[in-house]
Design a protein. Structure first.
Length: 277
């Protein structure tokens, strides 16, 4: 069976930012397996305040190939979510190919947790303003279609609890992820009349390059005051770290018709991390 013609998202188109690797790649592949065609965008470059390597064009091409392997179609473009015109152009390329837009996953994010002052500005620009830009460029098409749709903003458990160190980049990360909740709740109200649902998903530590690198691991050790602490510190069940597939499963459900009456919800997918705060 070809999932692109028999899946629950058959005929729909998903716009996904930060799709080169990690959670973004997992969303692209899972939604494609469920039948959606994908517009996949990523910066494919480095930001100075981020100490770990970011995704590359080669990474985005790998995502595109994995999407095509499911039988779905894909348009992959370089785009900086901080640049609204760039993001709009990338979306337009996808619309020219597919002719519609049904699902938006605002996933692009960075974690400059030990970057000082520059980290504050960069993480707010990418994680919060980037999410705002992603929704804003998508709204006109989704409203004009008149067919409803689903928007998911990817937050963090750090957007539901006051966690962080005194470093400006760390403070900015938590502030941005809390801001994502505010964006989600307001957009859920503003877009309800168009039958466009808006929710957010909040993972704890996920085994991706953003989390599983020496810089983030050192930040975590500094945070809990225990060198060599396990990534799963604070999870309720004995789970060391989540997998990107775990988050993708939740996102796939949220954008499906099974969740057609769910909007305005900040959904933790965190192995009980928030419960333990």
């Amino acid at each position: 069976m070809n999932p692109s013609t028999h899946g629950p998202l058959h005929g729909r188109v998903a716009f996904i930012t930060g799709a080169a690797r990690g959670q973004g790649r997992a969303y692209a592949v899972r939604l494609a397996a469920d039948g959606a065609n994908v517009i996949a965008v990523d910066l494919c470059g480095q930001i100075a305040s981020v100490p770990y390597p970011l995704g590359t064009w080669e990474d985005l091409q790998t995502t595109a190939q994995l999407v095509e392997d499911t039988g779905a179609r894909v348009v992959a473009r370089r785009s900086d979510v901080r640049d609204r015109a760039s993001l709009s152009a990338a979306l337009q390329a996808g619309l020219e190919e597919f002719g519609r837009l049904d699902i938006v996953i605002a996933n692009a994010g960075i974690a400059p947790l030990q970057a000082g002052g520059d980290g504050w500005y960069d993480v707010i620009d990418v994680n919060l303003t980037g999410a705002y830009h992603t929704v804003e460029v998508a709204i006109p098409t989704m409203v004009e279609q008149g067919a409803g749709g689903s928007i998911v903003l990817i937050g963090s458990a750090a957007g539901l609890a006051g966690i962080g160190t005194a470093d400006a980049g760390s403070i900015g990360y938590t502030a941005a992820k809390h801001g994502v909740v505010g964006l989600m709740r307001l957009y859920a109200k503003l877009l309800a009349q168009h039958n466009i649902r808006v929710n957010s998903v909040h993972p704890s530590g996920v085994d991706t390059p953003m989390f599983n690198n020496p810089f983030t691991q050192q930040w975590l050790a500094d945070l809990v005051g225990e060198p060599g602490s396990t990534p799963g510190i604070g999870n309720a069940p004995p789970v060391q770290i989540l997998q990107a597939k775990d988050i993708a499963d939740a996102v796939a459900w949220l954008v499906s018709d099974q969740a057609r009456f769910i909007t305005g919800v900040a959904l933790p997918v965190d192995a009980g991390w928030v419960t333990n705060r």
